[in-house]
Design a protein around this ligand. Structure first.
Ligand code: ATP
Ligand code: MG
Length: 140
């Protein structure tokens, strides 16, 4: 299995509850190497661009309002099979369905306030990390 990079966001609900340290530590214990990291706040426009694929969905406006409602922690994570492995430890979108011991099972409040984002494909990982980080902010 080859080394991959994925893009992660610790969402506003988790940062608001001071969970970023716990979640980053969880990721490091799961053998993810953090190769880029920043605390930031999405503008409404950036959130709309980031979640453009969901533009036609009924939850799009609420999702973009939530994602720009407070600080987040964005990172690029490196590991063998990073994309699928991170999706696995995140848990299902709705925390009610998230497996025991996953980040969303441990920390998420609801399907809207579900604490973390993770890329769902190599192509989206590349698009997302390049939207949020300059090349110079990502370790080679
Ligand atoms: P993310 O992209 O944030 O990592 P995901 O890939 O698990 O989450 P997506 O289908 O990409 O899920 O949906 C993006 C976000 O939109 C979800 O994290 C969730 O907050 C919200 N969302 C998805 N489906 C619903 C729904 N049926 N009702 C309300 N909100 C939803
Ligand atoms: Mg998604």
């Amino acid at each position: 299995m080859t080394i991959q990079r994925t893009f992660s966001i610790i969402k506003p609900d988790a940062v608001k509850r001071n969970l970023e340290g716990k979640i980053l530590s969880f990721l490091q214990e799961a053998k993810f190497n953090i190769v880029a990291l920043k605390k930031m706040q999405f503008s409404k426009e950036l959130a709309e661009k980031f979640y453009e694929v969901h533009k036609e969905r009924p939850f799009y406006n609420d999702l973009c309002a939530f994602m720009s409602s407070g600080p987040v922690v964005s990172s690029v994570l490196e590991k063998e099979n990073a994309i699928l492995d991170y999706r696995t430890i995140m848990g299902a979108t709705n925390p009610k369905d998230a497996n025991c011991g996953t980040i969303r099972n441990l920390y998420a409040i609801s399907i809207d306030e579900n604490s973390v984002h993770g890329s769902d494909s190599e192509e989206n990982a590349r698009i997302e990390m390049n939207l949020i980080f300059a090349q110079s902010e990502i370790l080679p």
